[in-house]
Design a protein around this ligand. Sequence first.
Ligand SMILES: Nc1ncnc2c1ncn2[C@@H]1O[C@H](COP(=O)(O)OP(=O)(O)O)[C@@H](O)[C@H]1O
Ligand SMILES: [Mg+2]
Length: 391
Amino acid sequence: MAPSSATPLPTEDQIRDKLTAVIDPELRRNIVELGMVRSIVIKDDGRVEVTVSLTTPGCPIRSHFQQAVVEQASSVEGVTSVGVGFDVLSDEEKSSLQQTLGRGKLPQGALAQVKNVICVASGKGGVGKSTMTANLAAALQAEGYKTGALDCDVYGYSIPRMLGVDQKPEVNGERKIVPPEAATGVKTMSIGYFVEQNSAVVWRGPMLHKAIQQFLEDVAWGELDYLLLDLPPGTGDIAMTLAQLLPQAKIAIVTTPQPAAQSVARRSAEMADKVDLEVMGVIENMAGFTTPSGETFSIFGEGGGRLLAEELEVPLLSTVPLSEELRTLADEGRSLAVEQPDSPAGAAIVAAARKIIASTPRELPVLQAAPAAAPEAPKLGANARELPVIQ
Ligand SMILES: Nc1ncnc2c1ncn2[C@@H]1O[C@H](COP(=O)(O)OP(=O)(O)O)[C@@H](O)[C@H]1O
Ligand SMILES: [Mg+2]
């Protein structure tokens, strides 16, 4: 008698293993590691039923989870069909998850539908970080991508002014802060909306972290293709907080063309390395100024951006020339990249936006590229213990 050649039934371990490829886009860890796989039932006919526990009942990305779980589970040999059910983590489970993650509060879905987070950073101030953030955000939106701009520079906030928003944010029925929209459609958030004009705010460390955390978690960002973060200059604590909250954010470094600026920009790259965020590219700003008669003046030197990009082995996203209109429009809350996309500086920013579009995923990060071989014990970010406790 020949042994039966029927495919053996899949095992729970095989399914669980595959589900390590499914990540929570907000917590950025896989659902097995997060303890969100409530049950796996395997029927005699090869049907698999998975129950996933969510952190919030109204999780806006349920169907993405559903798709990802079906996709993964059905790739196991012997699986004939997959059913996915949902429930919600109990309060106890939530608090143990909070402890595992080393954070004070679990997100309530504010960032669940944000596909890409890009931190715009530089080693020092005055290189045009905010100008680039504002113009890139407007350019991305104009290219048809939903975009938000978040001011993380709590001392030198400039997003409201540069994007021309002068409106206090409101709180919606779910007690989330609604980000005011610029005329271009970019959603914005800044500490500038909450402080008296020109008043000096003194931030103590924990308050600073709390403010940034709130902007990420208590703002109704909704569905966004890109959320751009205008980081404060230098390599400070903010980057640490962000890295902990957004381990899959990427960094774009802004530098001016002279070699001295390059060394400070390199420091931001070192910061990126320290916090383990990927550098996606370099934007050289304040490059050569060309007069209408065609003469070029390289006021801040030349080639620093390319050198830095080569050194970091990342793309040079663009070289943006000095432009009086870029500055004057930004001062009026308008974006050259949208209003004069064919001007030299406008075109350079649009080019950077297109490179960003070409190099970033269009989908929510629900699936991890390479599933981990076996679910690991949850790791606390190396930086977690350096952060002040956020209540
Ligand atoms: N390419 C450029 N051409 C002309 N002025 C620029 C350019 N980029 C930035 N600026 C101006 O330089 C100043 C500093 O820019 P800002 O974006 O505030 O820098 P940061 O945020 O890095 O401190 C602003 O007045 C801005 O309008
Ligand atoms: Mg700035």
